[in-house]
Ligand binder design. Structure first.
Ligand SMILES: C[S@@+](CC[C@H](N)C(=O)[O-])C[C@H]1O[C@@H](n2cnc3c(N)ncnc32)[C@H](O)[C@@H]1O
Length: 382
């Protein structure tokens, strides 16, 4: 048994106090943070970077220093999906026991992540007697009850080539969630880097702005019901936004003027309708970048010659590592399997740490990492 109940609750409460808006969440009661003298007093430098630890991740995580890695990204064994040998995760008799075991590991993961870090957990669902159990969501809800992290996004993986398991009375299951949790509000988030290739390769080419840009708006302002003062402000802001287009800062813009253009529906204070009511106009800037949505499409992958049965797509991990870390960051996967997280981290010039209970998988993972060592230039896109 690690840590007394009092210690556990205190440690967790310390962390959860950082979240004022998590106050209404149920406080944790039973999770096993090690007591202070049991937490290894090690520096990050004592962690073996760019290597895979062999063994049970719960026990190994307990020996890792607190606040030491930037990102934990992982896909634990799914509930009653397959036998991975010793370790037990996924082979529990009930969903409740499975989630309890996962939460013990998750709690250690939260301790190990830096305050600026984040955690990504990918889980699969399961039908029992024709009933979909919603396991990923049960897990996420239990995590929220801990009150030690915030759920930042649920990113849906849309499988382009799902397993065609036919059932006359069910549609083919073709999505899985990736839950993104953060330990504080200061989490690293490089939004423009997520699916960045879309803007780079398929984005609209910025056209040279026409000489007449905005001319029609000057005329409309002049002939509008706006007061003289409002007209001057509208002309000033119009000139500014035209200059932003000319210098390439934004792609384009639209202007809405009182009693000339249709009013936007609804709107809160500070919204477009309020701007029109208060100053007689509003300007909508168009940045020309694609919207960063919480959906990612990718094929289900297998690696030739690799024994591992449940590899997650390099492409998704690549996009999430770019979104959530900077170069040289430390990325940990406590269920590293065939080494996907390490291959991607290495390619993106991040450090990795893996944990895997199955030594046979570790050998293959190390081979795969070595083979991909010099692939720095290869960035995948779908
Ligand atoms: C779903 S697979 C992860 C696959 C990985 N994402 C990839 O792309 O190859 C889960 C892995 O966790 C390992 N595992 C199961 N229980 C474990 C435990 N208690 N500690 C460490 N690894 C464990 C399994 O052997 C399996 O390789």
């Amino acid at each position: 048994m690690v840590g007394s109940k009092t210690n556990t609750a205190e440690t967790l409460l310390e962390i959860s106090n950082e979240y004022s808006d998590c106050e209404n969440l149920q406080k944790p009661i039973f999770y096993n943070f090690p007591s202070n003298n049991e937490i290894a007093q090690k520096n990050v430098s004592n962690l073996d970077l760019n290597d895979i630890y062999v063994g049970d991740c719960l026990e190994i995580l307990k020996s890792f220093p607190t606040d030491s890695v930037d990102l934990i990204i992982t896909s634990p064994p799914y509930f009653q999906q397959r036998e991975y040998g010793s370790g037990g995760i996924g082979n529990e008799k009930t969903v409740e026991d499975y989630i309890k075991n996962l939460l013990d590991i998750f709690t250690q993961c939260v301790r190990v992540v830096k305050k600026t870090g984040s955690l990504v957990f990918n889980l699969g669902d399961k039908y029992v007697n024709g009933n979909l159990l919603l396991i990923p969501y049960r897990f996420a809800i239990e995590v929220q009850k801990l009150g030690i992290v915030k759920l930042i996004n649920e990113i849906t993986w849309v499988k382009v080539n799902p397993t065609p398991k036919q059932d006359v009375k069910k549609l083919i299951s073709s999505t899985e969630p990736f839950f993104v949790f953060a330990k504080s509000n200061d989490y690293c988030f490089n939004k423009d880097d997520f699916l960045e290739y879309r803007d780079k390769y398929f984005g609209k080419q910025t056209k040279k702005a026409s000489k007449n840009i905005g001319k029609k708006y000057y005329e409309l302002i002049e002939n509008s019901v706006l007061s003289q003062e409002q007209k001057k402000q509208a002309q000033r802001e119009l000139a500014e936004v035209i200059s932003e287009v000319n210098t390439g800062k934004i792609e384009s813009f639209r202007m809405k003027i009182k009693d000339i253009h249709a009013l936007p529906y609804g709107g809160n204070a500070g919204g477009r309708l309020t701007q029109i009511n208060n100053k007689g106009f509003t300007i909508i800037k168009i940045y020309g970048k694609s919207l960063r949505r919480d959906v990612i499409e990718s094929t289900v992958e297998t690696i030739e010659g690799n024994k591992h049965p449940a590899v997650y797509p390099e492409f998704i991990i690549q996009e999430l590592v770019k979104l959530l870390t900077k170069e040289n960051a430390v990325v940990l996967d406590p269920f590293i399997g065939s080494g996907t997280t390490a291959v991607v981290a290495q390619r993106l010039k991040r450090n990795y740490i893996g944990i895997e209970i199955h030594s046979e998988y570790v050998e293959d993972a190390k081979k795969r990492i070595e083979e991909n060592k010099n692939n720095y230039s290869l960035e995948l896109f779908v």
